[in-house]
Write a new protein. Sequence first.
Lengths: 265, 282
Amino acid sequence: MPLTTSIGEATLDGLAYVGDLARLTGGVARAVFIDPFRGRKFSLSRAVHQAMAVGVEALPIVSLISFFVGTILALQGAYQLRKLGAMQLIADAVAVVMTRELGPLMTAIMVIGRSGSAFAAEIGTMKVNEEIDALETMALEPVHFLVVPKFLAMILMMPCLTTWADFMGVLGGGFFGVTNAGFTWGSYLQATLNALVLRDIVTGLIKSVMFGVVITAVGCQEGFQTGLGSEEVGRSTTSAVVKSIFLVIVVDLIFTALFYFTAPR
Amino acid sequence: MPGALTSSAEVFDVPTGPAIVVKDLRVNYGDREILHGISFEAPAGDTLVILGGSGSGKSTLLRTLVGLEQPTHGEIWIGDRNFAAMNETERDEFRKKMGMSFQGGALFGSMTVGENVALPLREHTRLDDSTIQIIVRLKLDQVGLSGFENYMPAQLSGGMKKRAAIARALAMDPEMLFFDEPSAGLDPIIAAGIDELILKLKKTFHMTIVVVTHELASAFLIADRMILIDKGNIVAAGTPDQLRSSSQPRVRQFLDRVPEPEITDEIDYLQMLTGETPPGKR
């Protein structure tokens, strides 16, 4: 097959996939904003249950990894800054990189591993066991029943987890700053507060919400696309993780560029 | 076994389920037509058995009847409404009158048996929790599963899963029940129990019941009417006696369990191996 044909086909497949994700997200938006006025409610308790699984249960691992990432950032920053004799800027470097980039991104990667894959596996298994068909025959719309609670939970929990990850990252940086760069905990936190502007935190949180949308849409879409047979569930779970990571990075690039070019100079 | 069923039948006057009339139904998977213009009738309150071999299109027909597949052509009249022409909202409303029991049960693995049965009630009614619990116990009792409401589906045997699935299908007091291979994968005693349950449900609730199966003994036991499907077409329709006495070759082959003839001609065999004549066409 000629290279141009392969590239063309891959592009069309990619666009069709993004179209599927958009259709699913549109279905969720309709279920949340329009259908309640037509008497079709969605279950808030199911969303709360999902939020516990997606958010609260992820806290220990998000805390630990963010703390380590903060420490690593401080170490890498110090490697360069000590040449300039500017070790006092470590707090600034950690704070800005953590809130603008690594807080949202590392949280998203962890949530993909914990929840995005679980969404694909759950819906995929239900598809294989005819449970999705069973929902439809009971007049329960699968998007209402399965996808809406996951979207609501993710949109709510991703900014919360990211805020917490930002904080733990700063603490991780502070650990190095206090033990190796002559800071006290008080002076390190004060330097962090001085370095940050609200825009740093807000842009990070906006990205985290977008990541949440992407992870949920991909996880659920892969679940619904699962073919027949249990090995297909494994395939869709793997595919959900790979595609989510790729799309999260793409969305990250788009939004970071957008924030860069719209930033006040 | 659900001994309570016979007594409740005497107390309540239960309305009869609607008649199902299918006209020239065609269903495609992609470009391939699976059902080639199927027409049949299931009288109100009767049990219709759809017989057919593997790949005959019988499961596709059942899936189309409950709205899981969209026909490319044809009508499905249930009572005085054409189910095939309904929009999504109307169809969802109509589905509350249908119960479907899937081949593997299709119970939700993350919920207990009781929660499975309660689900349609919680989603579609405003009944309070204690009333729902009473209905759940009643439905489980009707299928002989009293006391199993707190079990997870994974803890149940194959036959119990099917019974629990039937209890869930009964939760909304449907007028029609659809069964996909109710006795597949069950030992003869458990399978006979499911047959007996279907007969009792029909007798008690006068529901219109559609059963897809390839188990002949079970089919002749429960059917009021039967249709035999082969390669997407109806090859025979009638009462069990009419089918039993049919002299049509395809019906006889199916009922007498005669395997497909082997290819004896060497040219035909070579053509089959080289793919010039697909096996199905010979």
